[in-house]
Design a protein around this ligand. Sequence first.
Ligand SMILES: [Ca+2]
Ligand SMILES: [Ca+2]
Length: 317
Amino acid sequence: MERPRKNHQCMFEIQDAQLERRDVPASNLGNTFAIVPGEITKAGDPAVIQVKLTSDLFTLPKGKATLGVAVAATTASTVQPMISKVVNGSNKSVIQPPDHTGGKAVKAAVITTKAATPSLLNVQLGRGQKSSSYTVSVKDKASTTGNFLSGFYLPGDANGDLKVDKTDLAAIKSLMGVKVGDTKYSFNADSNRNGIIDNADMKLSQGNQGVAVKVTPMITARLDPASDTGTADRITDVRSVKFQGVATPGSTVTYTEVDSKTPPVSTQADATGNYTVTASLADGSNLFRVNATDAFGQTISGLLAPVTYQANPPGKV
Ligand SMILES: [Ca+2]
Ligand SMILES: [Ca+2]
């Protein structure tokens, strides 16, 4: 039997596979900039997620912005998470009241099990203020326990480059009246993600003009070709191999061999997000888990393809 869908339910897909990405830029994540996991551990008790806006990672020309957040269960979880409140450091609610003028309650033609209606948040970062903190409380509709993901996105960023500018206004304007299910429908242009692109989305984009986010929900990890002697097959006779990649600027990147064959190594991504790390190899196969933790509170984790140390690697002359 199919579960009845709520009229107001709109799609917002966040998959835990996105936490496991490796070696691929997150081009399909659009204007989603952070995916933060949470867990409801006790039935009836909300889970609490802390996020931090920092002046290094968020450009807010008017000192304020609207951000969107939605929660969804992880693949294995039966929890039905919903945002119960979001407060700032002074314990004041920052959730915008629903806009009843724009939302025409379009029934989504394409809906996923990861569906959730986002909440829009009014966030601030005053001039000279280094950071501001927010607390998201998430409870389960059916009072069960389980794991979920919170996805944060930038409303008004129609082309998913994590900047809101005139290009985005033009994109939204060109899609006025387009509904979910139409071939032209753009998830990113639907700023409030209610299934129809209209004036409400335009207003959000206008309000967020100039806002930019440098947090990115991805990490790349590439074995330096110079560390892969002989054939390019990840079999090498180099003991200390170099990896290069990209993560959120300033994030801490850690490589851990899953069976602790070698000690973990850490580095910090630079202001443009680039990092390099040198890890030592034990004899035979080495399996590294990569973690990147950024100032917003997001950790991205991925498992790399194994790298093997061997005295005479194939193709070595
Ligand atoms: Ca944009
Ligand atoms: Ca909309």
